[in-house]
Each structure stands twice: as C-alpha cells, then as structure tokens.
Design a binder for this molecule. Structure first.
Ligand code: HEM
Ligand SMILES: *[C@@H]1O[C@H](CO)[C@@H](O)[C@H](O)[C@H]1NC(C)=O
Ligand SMILES: *[C@@H]1O[C@H](CO)[C@@H](O)[C@H](O)[C@H]1NC(C)=O
Ligand SMILES: *[C@@H]1O[C@H](CO)[C@@H](O)[C@H](O)[C@H]1NC(C)=O
Ligand SMILES: *[C@@H]1O[C@H](CO)[C@@H](O)[C@H](O)[C@H]1NC(C)=O
Ligand SMILES: *[C@@H]1O[C@H](CO)[C@@H](O)[C@H](O)[C@H]1NC(C)=O
Ligand SMILES: *[C@@H]1O[C@H](CO)[C@@H](O)[C@H](O)[C@H]1NC(C)=O
Length: 323
C-alpha cells in the first residue's frame, strides 16, 4: 500500500467522525401526516417478512429513480402512448416492486391525501426494506421531495451504469450525480443482497474477449459454479444467481469479502479492485460496521440527487401517472 493511499484512508476515517452528510434536502416532518414513517415501515416490514427477495427490489428501485432526473419518482411512471418511460428502458428488465409502492401510496392517500410524494415513498421503502433485518432504521430519510412529470427511457439507458462498466466509467457516472469514490464503493455494496440474471454477466464466463474465453480476473471455482448455473438448459434471460454468493439475503459486508476473493458477479463489481483507492475501501467495508455507517451516509446523498421541491413538482395521486 502506497503512503498516498494510506493518507487517503486516514483522512476518510477522520472525516467520518464529523457529522456532515452533504445532503441538500432538509429533514422534515410532513405537516398533516405525522404517521407517514410508521405507515410506510409497517407495510414494508410486513411485505419483506413474507417475501425476503423484496428488500433488494425496493432498494434497486430507489437507486434507479435517483440516477435518472434525480429522486423524483420518474421510474414509477407508466408508458402511455408517446415516449417510452424509464420503466421500459434497457436497464429495467427484472426491476420489480412497483405493486408494493402502489399499495403504500393507496394507504397514504387514505390517511393524508396529497401530502406524501411517490419519490419520498421510494426513499422510505428502500431504507425500511434494508432495515427490516435489523429491526431498526439503519439511516435517517430526509423528506420533502416532489414528483416529476417527465420520464424517458433514453435517459435511463444513458444514466444507469451497465454491468460491463470499467472503473473509469463508473467513477464518471457517479461523479456526474455528485457521488464520489467512497460513495461508489459503499453503494456497490447494495449487491450484498439480490440477484443478477445470467444474460447480464455471461460474456465474462463464455466469451470474454470474443475468443470463447473466461474473464481471468474471476476466481476459477466461482467461474465454474457460474458456468454450471448459466449453461443450457438454463435460460440466461430468466436464470438468476445471488450476487453475494451464500449470503444473498443478508445485508452485510460479505459482498466485499466475496469481491476480494474475486467472486464479484459483474465486471462493474470486479472493477472496484482495479483502482488502488477503491480497493482500499473494499477492504475497509468487509467490516460490517464501517460498511453500514458509510452506506447510510451515501444513501442520504443519493436520496438527495436532483430533488425537486416547491412548485417545480407535484405530489402524484397515483404513482404511475402524472396528475
Ligand atoms: C455501480 C454501478 C452498478 C451497476 C453496474 C449495477 C448493475 C446491476 C445489475 C446488472 C443488476 C442485475 C439486473 C438484472 O439481472 O437484470 C443489479 C441488481 C441490483 N442492484 Fe445494482 N448496479 C449498480 C449499483 C447499484 C446501486 C448503487 C444500488 C443501490 C444502492 C444497487 C442495487 C441493486 C440491487 C439491490 C440489485 C438486486 C435486485 C434484485 O434482486 O431484484 N445497484 N445491479
Ligand atoms: C407473500 O409472498 C408471496 C411470494 O413470495 C406472494 O405470492 C404473496 O401474495 C405474498 N402475500 C402477501 C400477503 O403479500
Ligand atoms: C417525448 O420526448 C421528448 C424529448 O425526447 C419531449 O420533448 C416530449 O415532451 C416527450 N413527450 C411526452 C408525451 O412525454
Ligand atoms: C421493460 O421494458 C420492456 C420493453 O423494453 C417492457 O416490455 C417490459 O414490460 C418492461 N418491464 C417492466 C418490469 O416494466
Ligand atoms: C473504460 O470504458 C470506456 C467505455 O467503454 C472506454 O472508452 C475506456 O477506454 C475504458 N477505460 C479503460 C481504462 O479501460
Ligand atoms: C464471441 O464474441 C465474438 C466477438 O464479439 C462473436 O463474433 C462470437 O459470435 C461470440 N461467440 C459466441 C458463442 O457468442
Ligand atoms: C458457499 O458455501 C459452500 C459451503 O459452505 C462453499 O463450499 C462455497 O465455496 C461457497 N461459495 C462461495 C461462492 O463462496
């Protein structure tokens, strides 16, 4: 480890002692809806208790919302003639959890109509879904987002990083959202829960450079395991593999342990080992406590991307359509 990198890490550890979250959104109680957080949590915890795969889906939904036009609920809009919306973009496939958001919205419209935006619901749902396992909220969620009126598939294709991205591209795409290298590494730790389809990563297994070869950076036993999963008769577009082998349902630092054993599922995961600084953080976040602390901070930052406030947005009645 070069002294420069150690200095970077030490600076990070010192900074984390402070209380600076960089979020522009202010923590708000929503006037007229004092129970909003309890209502969302109760529904989400019930749903996640019944279906353990849901936590990953709700977490990903908030991420995809925030990376395209900011956290404005645009991921939830259904296509309706005209332009295809974000839902119908390339990275959409396998996105799920929309019905749960509808259910939360319906309940909130009963309790306090017109007060809680779909964008705020997504932020709360992601937090609560991850937190269920711990029985307590893992980070504070700042409220007051308004919903946007525009959603374009082309923007999702452009702004959501693809699984084949190298480190440079990932860092640029995160930077253009105001997220730094530490956020990139911590947020990639979301892949400690959930699944990816063979179609997304099979090139790494079967045709990495176009010569029928395997990505040499993959752990050979892991590559063998993945090839068995993804070979015929498996349907690559439907077959799902846990992203954090053996720990797919547990939100913890094990993603980073696996990553450092060269068992990261996507090239974008493996890419975090190709930069000395980000590699340093993959080591640090093997420790649950370091990971949780930074993940919460980075989620607060992500949840503040491009937020619409005041009259520039609306509070949708139905999350699938503008008012
Ligand atoms: C760093 C760039 C990222 C890339 C390239 C990436 C890519 C992917 C891909 C390709 C999948 C599988 C999709 C499929 O099979 O169709 C996936 C799943 C997932 N991603 Fe990411 N992702 C990134 C960052 C994030 C972030 C920042 C979060 C959340 C904070 C996140 C949360 C998830 C979750 C929870 C799943 C599993 C979904 C499920 O099980 O249904 N990802 N990601
Ligand atoms: C529980 O989850 C299963 C899928 O795992 C789903 O079919 C069922 O409708 C869920 N029940 C409730 C009450 O949400
Ligand atoms: C379709 O997209 C274009 C920009 O690509 C935008 O100007 C137009 O308002 C969109 N139409 C609808 C119905 O959303
Ligand atoms: C994803 O987009 C395709 C069209 O590109 C559409 O047929 C499909 O229903 C979308 N999936 C979801 C879950 O919205
Ligand atoms: C990373 O990927 C981008 C886009 O595919 C490419 O232009 C660039 O040369 C790659 N950078 C490295 C260091 O491989
Ligand atoms: C492997 O990749 C090369 C180059 O992209 C392509 O021409 C070839 O058809 C691929 N082979 C298979 C089996 O997909
Ligand atoms: C999963 O667990 C099994 C048994 O404990 C172990 O042999 C295997 O290496 C693990 N797989 C991965 C990918 O870590």
């Amino acid at each position: 480890m070069r002294p420069m990198h150690i200095a970077f890490l030490v600076t990070y550890l010192l900074l984390t002692l402070g209380v600076c979250n960089g979020a522009k959104l202010h923590l708000q109680k929503i006037k007229g809806c004092p129970r909003v957080k309890t209502i969302v949590r109760d529904i989400i915890w019930d749903k996640v208790r019944n279906d353990t795969t849901l936590a990953a889906k709700l977490l990903r939904l908030h991420y995809h919302d925030c990376f395209v036009r900011g956290c404005d609920g645009s991921i939830l809009l259904d296509s309706n003639g005209g332009n295809a919306t974000e839902k119908d973009a390339r990275p959409n496939s396998s996105i799920a959890g929309y019905e749960i958001i509808d259910e939360v919205k319906a309940k909130l419209e009963q309790e306090c109509p017109g007060l809680v935006s779909c964008a705020d619901i997504l932020a709360l749902a992601a937090r609560d879904a991850v937190s269920f396992q711990f029985g307590k909220s893992m980070w504070p969620v700042f409220l007051g987002r308004k919903d946007g009126r525009v959603s374009l598939a082309s923007e999702a294709n452009r702004d959501i990083p693809s699984a084949g991205s190298n480190f440079t591209t990932l860092q640029q795409q995160f930077a253009s959202q105001g997220l730094n290298l530490v956020d990139l590494v911590a947020l990639s730790g979301a892949h400690t829960i959930g699944v990816g389809r063979c179609v997304v990563f099979q090139r790494r297994l079967f045709n990495f450079t176009g010569n029928g070869d395997t990505d040499p950076s993959l752990d050979p036993d892991y590559a063998k395991f993945l090839k068995e999963k993804c070979s015929p008769p498996a349907n690559p577009a439907a077959t799902r593999v846990g992203m954090d082998p053996n720990s797919t349902l547990s939100f913890d630092g094990h993603y980073f342990v696996a990553l450092n054993k060269h068992q990261g599922l996507f090239q974008s995961d493996a890419a975090l080992l190709t930069n000395p600084r980000s590699k340093l953080f993959t080591r640090l976040f093997e420790n649950d406590l370091h990971f949780f602390r930074q993940f919460g901070r980075s989620m607060i930052k992500m949840g503040a991307i491009g937020v619409i406030t005041g009259k520039n947005g609306e509070i949708r009645k139905n999350c699938r359509a503008v008012n």
